[in-house]
Design a protein around this ligand. Sequence first.
Ligand SMILES: Nc1nc2c(ncn2[C@@H]2O[C@H](COP(=O)(O)OP(=O)(O)OP(=O)(O)O)[C@@H](O)[C@H]2O)c(=O)[nH]1
Ligand SMILES: [Mg+2]
Length: 386
Amino acid sequence: MADSAGSLPVGGSPLLVLDTPFPAATERDSDRIPTMKIALIGFPLSGKTTLFEAISQGQSRDGIASVPVPDPRLDKIIEIAKPKKVTPVSLEWHDDIPDIVTDKPETVRTTLSAARQMDLLVCVLRLFDTPFAPYHTDIHPLRDLRFWLEECLLTDLQTVENRLERLKKLFQSRKESAADRAEAQILETMRAALSEGKPVRLLEIPEETLNKMRGFGLLSAKPMIAVANLSESLLGKPEADPLPALRALCEEQGIGLCTICATFERDLLALSPEEQEEYLEMAELESPQLPSLIRQVYDQCRLQVFYTIGEDTRAWLLSRGSSAVEAAGVIHSDLARGFIRTEVITFEDFEAHGGWDPAHKAGKMRLEGREYIVKDGDALHIRFKV
Ligand SMILES: Nc1nc2c(ncn2[C@@H]2O[C@H](COP(=O)(O)OP(=O)(O)OP(=O)(O)O)[C@@H](O)[C@H]2O)c(=O)[nH]1
Ligand SMILES: [Mg+2]
């Protein structure tokens, strides 16, 4: 039996269970929730802007593009539920990070300090030949990636040491709290790891502690994806030199790898669907490569998607392993505060039964509590009291 508003013993206050999944659109917290920001970094002429153009398809301003993520499940939901309004997940791509100035390697600091504000780093590596490449004329993506990885470590080491220095002064004045001492301990662990060339993302640090340290903008703690920007001749040849070695380095560093030819993707996406097929065939590719980059974004950031379905249908990003009440908080803080229960139907059941009500009638709707761990593709209808 479904809980009705009147039957729940919540406080003495009159209970209002809203039937819509969230309050009026204008009040939504999500409009203020910062979106996932992705920085394109790399050496000059590595193909950052070409990749950015392929991703944004011309829809950008000042090197920033908020790009809706293609989502076949959401398309299916729209087909079935015919909502008035649809909001897919969007990712914010940044090609506005200051470039390294040729012959001034120290300008990498400017690049990296801009990258500290970002949630994910995408490092574009040149695997195509160009007579104009100002840095290293030969193709050497391993060396290029190692450069960026090392600069991230050095920047972090500096940040950690500065903070430790400040804490040490605090300890001398004996004004520190237990939290300060705990922080110093973690910073020492980080310092030891960084000095040995180990990025923070490989350390076993509790999520909660990492969240507290988010303000430091540690670069080697951020998820990262290396994009091997291939020449046309390397397309569709994942075992060609130096891709296996690059893959091994990425695995060792806990970062993702995506092989793509940015010019090919950009040109492909400008074509009609029929022309796209021909173009793909010519390159002996089965499908465009850009979706694999999005998949990597989700994997490296440990993200998943859940849906709210109604007149206003929406896809939401949520960290994997999050609870139902955390999912509610992504939608609106009121939903988390007044959370009672959530109705859940998996996308598969929604699709198989042709909608929410038929799936419900077929017994596919579950009622779950605050602690329920949301699964990728869940459609939620949150009951809450305000
Ligand atoms: N063959 C080939 N050429 C590419 C590829 N990606 C980019 N290029 C070419 O490389 C040159 C530089 O590309 P950009 O995208 O401007 O590189 P960038 O990293 O944005 O360069 P800066 O912003 O100047 O540092 C252009 O002439 C592109 O056409 C690729 O995947 N294959
Ligand atoms: Mg550029």
